[in-house]
Write a new protein. Structure first.
Length: 134
């Protein structure tokens, strides 16, 4: 999706662009981490501003975002191992939404993680090789 800063986007379209659920986008709006405009009276309709989408993309360096499950499959480890790497600060991730938001790992964070750990995608016996395994 080509994002224009002056355009308004449906929540469903934004969710598809970031590969997250609609509920995650609503949580991001409620928590204030994603700007939206309410159109109409009563329940109304929410639209996300193009500027807010671009700001979110800029924050993630505009790279592809991976789910934790995809990162785990890439290194042939469990999702728990990836969550531990994120919690310890060895792997950067972005939380999309509020308290129960989904974690996404930018491609640039994966490259930095691999360089810092000396991985280059190497795996051994289901555990990451390098500093990550420690």
């Amino acid at each position: 999706m080509q994002v224009e800063p002056t355009r308004m986007y449906r929540v469903k379209d934004v969710a598809g662009h970031f590969e997250v659920s609609v509920a995650t986008i609503y949580r991001a709006i409620e928590s204030g981490s994603l700007d939206a405009v309410k159109l109409g009276a009563g329940r109304g309709t929410l639209r996300v501003t193009g500027a807010a989408v671009l700001a979110c993309l800029e924050h993630s360096q505009g790279t592809r975002m991976y789910r934790v499950k995809e990162v785990a499959a890439r290194y042939a480890v469990s999702t728990t191992t990836i969550y531990r790497a994120i919690e310890s600060g060895r792997l950067d991730a972005l939380k999309m939404g509020g308290r129960n938001g989904a974690l996404r790992v930018p491609e640039s964070a994966l490259r930095a993680f691999e360089e810092a750990c000396g991985l280059c995608g190497d795996v051994a016996g289901g555990e990451l090789v390098g500093e990550v395994a420690r």
